[in-house]
Each structure stands twice: as structure tokens, then as C-alpha cells.
Design a protein around this ligand. Structure first.
Ligand SMILES: *Cc1c(COP(=O)(O)O)cnc(C)c1O
Ligand SMILES: [Zn+2]
Length: 413
């Protein structure tokens, strides 16, 4: 592959050729970062090229993605989600500018479609027959969607805490689903073992560097949607840390190509009950497994698979980390929806809860431009959303006078 120099281990530095490993370092098991030949890419990729490109999906950034075979890209339209400027909300919170990246607008309602699309393109490139994944839902949903209609069998290991809408999506798209009586981490291990034994292609987060590369496109879009600038701070919910580290890599790519000058600070938002990365950040930088327990299934992780890279991104960007409680996450769902029209699943609402906390702590300055990445749509976990509201159980007769007399209508008219 010409634009790719090598796949380099972030821990021991070992360099791999593209065919040598599609997963982790062959020497130490560390995560592989894909190194590009920026000089070569610079020859054909810049603003003008982008501005003249009519394809508004992740493949507009193909020059910066690790895919060579352009004839076999999966057809589902992924990416180019809206970046809303939320002026009123920014004013209410007391910050200069707030942008909301609504990743729930992807085909399966989450940011995971970005990683899955690139992993599937890679699987097709290496002629895989079966692709597999373990996730509490979003990553697997996206894989099932993107492989539907493609000659690539999909086997999903779903842990116990998979919310029903996410489980239903898997079956609808026709994936083979194996429900594991265990955690995400248990499902991850089974998936890895199956990959080894049957030589399947594995999309798993923090294991597959191609999937991580897909997350870069979210950073590219934010810069492009902000007229070739990066925000001062980017807040991302962290489970495995793939989104945060992948997006950081995207900002670095654009910086290396001279597309943006200023780099953002990356802020990790975690659930109190699943905060391995935050603990490491505020302690000695050493990742210790936790017993994850949070309503936000998509950030419920014992061992963050990309924790090392996420911590590296926090350090390099001079960022920070914050945790929020489940109660704060639940309360953030209607609050964000009512202020911005973005209905977030718990993992997405967590970022808004984290933003409020950072502002309250004075960790976000009043003159800063902030972008929050809302990773998934609220319809993906309706039970969690319903905890934040009261659905009336009182069915009234279809009689307007009676409805008025019961005092059920707002008083304004
Ligand atoms: C996967 C996911 C996250 C966390 O991403 P990681 O890469 O695991 O840190 C956050 N929010 C949503 C909605 C997700 O699906
Ligand atoms: Zn290594």
C-alpha cells in the first residue's frame, strides 16, 4: 500500500508491513498506529480537492484512510453528520461557542458506523469470508448493517447488558447473534478466541486499527464544518477510548497536512461506574481494570482496549478527563434534547453532562469554542431515556371539553 508507510506499535515501536498484522503488535500485543506518507498524500489532498468533492460521506477522506481497493467500498452512506451551532445553549452555559456533533444521524444511529465501514472495506480487501465483533450493541449493529447485502457473513457476540433496540437491530440485519451470559469484556475474549480458531476477520474496538482509523473522519468533518478550524476543546465519551484516540489522530493528520494550525484539547468523559481512563489520568497514568457498572452501556468497559492511546491523546493534547454519575447522565438526556433537538443515548448524553461539570469546575474558559460529540441516538436505549420522564398512564376520553375541564392543557391560550 503506497500511502501507508507501516503499522507501528504505540508501545514497543515495532513496525509492521500491512500484511503482517491487521490487529495488534506481533511482538508485545500493543495497539498499532497506521503511519502515512504525508508527503505523498499532500500532493493530491487539500481543501480545494475536498471542496470540489460532491461525495458527502466518510469516503471523501479516502486519501487519509487505510484502504487501497476503491472499487469495493461498502455502499451504505456513513458520516457527514450535522454539526449544530448551539448559541443559546452556549450562552446559558456561559461559553463562547458550542457545537454539537450529532453522530446519531449515522445509518445505525451511532458513531460506530465510521469504524465498521472502514473495517469492512479492509475485510473485503483481504478477501475475508466472515467478520466478527463483540460489543454492547452499537459497534455490532453497525457491522450488521454495513455487511447486509455484501457477501460477508457476520457473527456477533452480544453481552448480557445489550439494550433491546440494539439487539433487535442485529437480528433485523441478519447477523448471526450469539448472546453471551457475561460482560462486554467476556464477549470480547470469546470473539478474539473465535477469530484465532476460525481465522475470521475481527472488527473489535481497540483490537482492529482499521476500525480506529474510521473514527478520524469525525474529526475531519468537525474541522471542515468549522471552515478548516478545530475547536479549543473536544469532549468525547470514553469506554474503550477508540473514538477519543482515533479522533485525535484525525486532528493530527489535518495538522500535518497544514489544513488546521491550532490543535484542540481532548476531554474524556466517563461514567463514574466505568472510569478506568479517568482514574489513570488523575493517578500515575497506569491503567487498572475496573468492575464497570453504569446505565450507559456503550461506555461500560472493565478494561479499556484503547486506554493507552486515549491517555496518550489526553497527554499530547494537554486535555483532561471528567466523570459523571448515572443520575447526571439520565437527567442530561431530556435537557440536551430540549435545548438542541438532539436526542442522545446515555453514552451520548454523558458528554453533555460532562460539559456542564467542566464548565462548573472552571475547566472550560468563557472564551473557548467547544465541540461535544454525541455518539449515539436516544432511540437506541429507550428504557434508559424513559427513566428521565413521566409517561402519563391516564388515558382520557376523546372529548376536548373534558380535557379542558380536567386542566390538562397548557394555560397560555
Ligand atoms: C462506543 C461508544 C462510545 C465510546 O467509545 P469508545 O471508543 O469505546 O471509547 C461512546 N458513545 C457511544 C454512543 C458509543 O457507541
Ligand atoms: Zn509492540
Amino acid at each position: 500500500m503506497k500511502k501507508i508507510l507501516n503499522l507501528q506499535c504505540a508501545i514497543c515501536g515495532k513496525e509492521h508491513k500491512t500484511r503482517e498484522s491487521d490487529y495488534v503488535c506481533t511482538a508485545c500485543g500493543g495497539p498499532l498506529a497506521i503511519n502515512y506518507d504525508y508527503k505523498l498524500i499532500k500532493k493530491r489532498f487539500d481543501y480545494d480537492v475536498l471542496e470540489n468533492n460532491p461525495s458527502y460521506n466518510i469516503w471523501r477522506y479516502l486519501d487519509l484512510l487505510p484502504i487501497d481497493d476503491h472499487d469495493e467500498l461498502p455502499p451504505v452512506q456513513v458520516g457527514w453528520t450535522p454539526l449544530y451551532r448551539a448559541d443559546e445553549l452556549a450562552e446559558k452555559l456561559g461559553i463562547r461557542k458550542l457545537f454539537i456533533k450529532d453522530e446519531g444521524r449515522n445509518p445505525t444511529g451511532s458513531i460506530k458506523d465510521r469504524g465498521s465501514a472502514v473495517a469492512v472495506a479492509r475485510a473485503l480487501e483481504v478477501d475475508a469470508k466472515v467478520i466478527t465483533d463483540a460489543s454492547s450493541g452499537n459497534a455490532s449493529d453497525s457491522l450488521a448493517c454495513i455487511t447486509a447485502g455484501i457477501n460477508l457473513k457476520t457473527v456477533i457476540f452480544a453481552p448480557r447488558n445489550t439494550p433491546e433496540p440494539k439487539l433487535v437491530q442485529l437480528y433485523i440485519y441478519g447477523a448471526e447473534v450469539i448472546r453471551i451470559d457475561g460482560t462486554y469484556d467476556d464477549a470480547f475474549e470469546i470473539c478474539r478466541k473465535a477469530t484465532e480458531r476460525f481465522n475470521w476477520y475481527n472488527r473489535a474496538a481497540g483490537f482492529n486499527p482499521y476500525a480506529r482509523e474510521g473514527k478520524k473522519t469525525c474529526a475531519f468533518e468537525i474541522c471542515e464544518q468549522m471552515q478548516w478550524e478545530a475547536p479549543d476543546k473536544v469532549l468525547v465519551a470514553v469506554g474503550d477510548g477508540t473514538i477519543l484516540s482515533g479522533m485525535w489522530r484525525g486532528f493530527q493528520d489535518f495538522n500535518k497536512l497544514g489544513i488546521i494550525d491550532k490543535m484542540p484539547q481532548m476531554i474524556a468523559v466517563q461514567a463514574e461506574g466505568s472510569s478506568a481512563v479517568t482514574k489513570a489520568w488523575f493517578n500515575d497514568g497506569k491503567l487498572e481494570p475496573v468492575q464497570a457498572n453504569t446505565i450507559a452501556d456503550s461506555i461500560s468497559v472493565n478494561v479499556p482496549r484503547d486506554g493507552f492511546l486515549a491517555l496518550q491523546a489526553l497527554k499530547e493534547s494537554e486535555g483532561s478527563a471528567v466523570t459523571v454519575s448515572d443520575a447526571e447522565i439520565i437527567a442530561a438526556i431530556p435537557e440536551l434534547a430540549r435545548a438542541s433537538s438532539v436526542f442522545a443515548e446515555p453514552g451520548g448524553a454523558a458528554v453533555y453532562a460532562g460539559l456542564k461539570k467542566m464548565v462548573a469546575q472552571g475547566a472550560i474558559k468563557k472564551d473557548e469554542t467547544v465541540a461535544i460529540v454525541v455518539g449515539g441516538n436516544g432511540l437506541k436505549d429507550i428504557d434508559a431515556a424513559a427513566k428521565s420522564i413521566q409517561i402519563s398512564q391516564n388515558l382520557v376520553k376523546p372529548d376536548l371539553d373534558e380535557i379542558v375541564n380536567l386542566g390538562l392543557l397548557p394555560k397560555e391560550n
